[in-house]
Ligand binder design. Structure first.
Ligand code: FAD
Length: 402
């Protein structure tokens, strides 16, 4: 076992770990920063498996960190992509309605966007037809000109290469195993640190518990499966979303017009039974399985919202049901042109054990020696830079033993 020393030890090289390393290296240029990662490279989980949508920031309640940082994050990544010649599709988005109730919810979304100066336009059916002839709505739709798509792995990798150039050290295939006062063990190292920053996504709750934090929380994984359109004759050329159920943290099955000019349908939000249940029995872990089944069963019986979500989502394992949802969003679609995408993503969704409810916002917990980013779910990719700047300014700099 080798020994290492560092000022900042970051666990996880998803977009949150990478952007924390970037922001810290710009402020503490004479401090050592070490990133440990259990996989053999960066962004192998949520950050490399998401929809690649730069959200505009109008879904979230006024008091949330999501609302505060999404619009700024969207503008930051757009500039970053343009300056660094990374791919971007400024394709916009429409949120379409199916019923009178959807229409009322859509006005709530507009109000939420207005509070944070997110440019949005309510359009009628005729205007929608001019923008996307195949999109279908009930009376009105919401147009979001800021929404765009990017390649999330390309962005993460660009940040990683720059961090390497700035001598930030990365240790791959070195999972965090356990802690002991001011050092931790990985597979091959004993690492001493001044401040540990936990950005471990699907495992962030269990690492936080080792530091005596996140006692009221546990992660419930939700799996996002996509279908891909296989012919070049695209059914739509804009992102089309339904009005979501505002009680859930998920946006509903939608069309994404990707940065590579392809169409994806999804993602689902199916409760998974272990954290990295990407396909079949991959990464099966009996301890996790029993724990997650226990919490999901409890949720199922005590939380009506979760119960109806689970019923709706499980049905989407049947592609026909999944595709039917697309019918609500467009006039014409050839179901034969969709095939299941090889890539799925899993959301590290936090459950509040005190209220038996899914947590809607990002959560930050810290003590003297460590800081933990929990529930960095969508749109944490979009919001990453302003969000981690906020974390550094308001948590790390205020309570630092560095
Ligand atoms: C299906 C899906 C679609 C989404 N779509 C969008 C979207 O369109 N737009 C958007 O803004 N957001 C989207 N999101 C959300 C976004 O992807 C996440 O918010 C973001 O990627 C979270 O980044 P992260 O760094 O916290 O987590 P991750 O990317 O999961 O990174 C965590 C890292 O920690 C590592 N790790 C875990 N345990 C250990 C350990 N013990 N030791 C060492 N390393 C460890 C993991 O290997 C991983 O590399 C989506 C998410 C999903 C799942």
């Amino acid at each position: 076992m080798q020994t290492k020393y560092c000022d900042f030890l970051i666990i996880g090289s998803g977009i949150i770990g990478l952007t924390i390393a970037k922001v810290l290296s710009e402020i503490f240029y004479d401090h050592s920063i070490l990133v440990i990662e259990k996989e053999n490279t960066i962004a192998q989980h949520s950050s490399g498996r998401n929809s690649g949508v730069l959200h505009a920031g109008f879904y979230y309640t006024e008091d949330s960190l999501k609302a505060k940082f999404t619009r700024e994050g969207n503008l930051f990544w757009k500039t970053y992509c343009l300056e660094n010649h990374l791919k971007i599709n400024p394709c916009k988005k429409v949120v379409v309605c199916k019923t009178e109730e959807d229409l009322q919810q859509m006005y709530i979304l507009k109000k939420r966007g207005d509070m944070f100066s997110v440019p949005l336009q309510i359009i009628d059916e005729k205007e929608l037809k001019e923008i996307e002839p195949n999109a279908k709505t009930y009376q009105k739709a919401l147009l979001s000109p800021l929404t765009a798509t990017v390649d999330p792995f390309e962005i993460a990798n660009h940040i990683y290469k720059n961090l390497q150039k700035n001598n930030i050290e990365f240790l791959f295939k070195e999972p965090y195993r356990k802690r002991n006062k001011n050092f931790i063990y990985t597979k091959n190292y004993k690492i001493f640190f001044k401040k540990l920053i936990n950005c471990a996504g699907l495992y962030s709750d269990s690492i936080a518990k080792d530091f005596g934090l996140a006692k009221e929380y546990t992660i419930i994984p939700f799996k996002g499966i996509y279908l891909e359109y296989i012919t070049s004759d695209l059914p739509v050329r804009i992102n089309i979303y339904p009005v979501p159920n505002l009680r859930n943290p998920f946006l509903g099955v939608h069309f994404t017009y990707t940065v590579d000019q392809k169409i994806k349908l999804g993602p689902t939000a199916i409760p998974a039974f272990w954290r990295e249940q990407y396909s079949g029995f991959s990464n099966f872990n009996i301890k996790e399985f029993l724990q997650i089944i226990f919490y999901e069963t409890k949720l199922f019986f005590r939380n009506q919202n979760f119960r109806s979500l689970a019923f709706q989502e499980i049905k989407k394992y049947n592609h026909h049901v999944f595709l039917q949802l697309a019918r609500d969003l467009v006039y014409n679609i050839d179901f034969n042109n969709f095939k299941k995408s090889k890539k799925s993503g899993i959301r590290a969704q936090l459950l509040d054990l005190r209220t038996n409810s899914l947590v809607n916002d990002f959560i930050i917990e810290q003590n003297e020696e460590s800081l933990h980013i929990l529930n960095a779910v969508s749109p944490a990719f979009t919001a990453a830079i302003p969000f981690v700047k906020y974390v550094v300014q308001n948590y790390l700099l205020r309570n630092s033993n560095i």
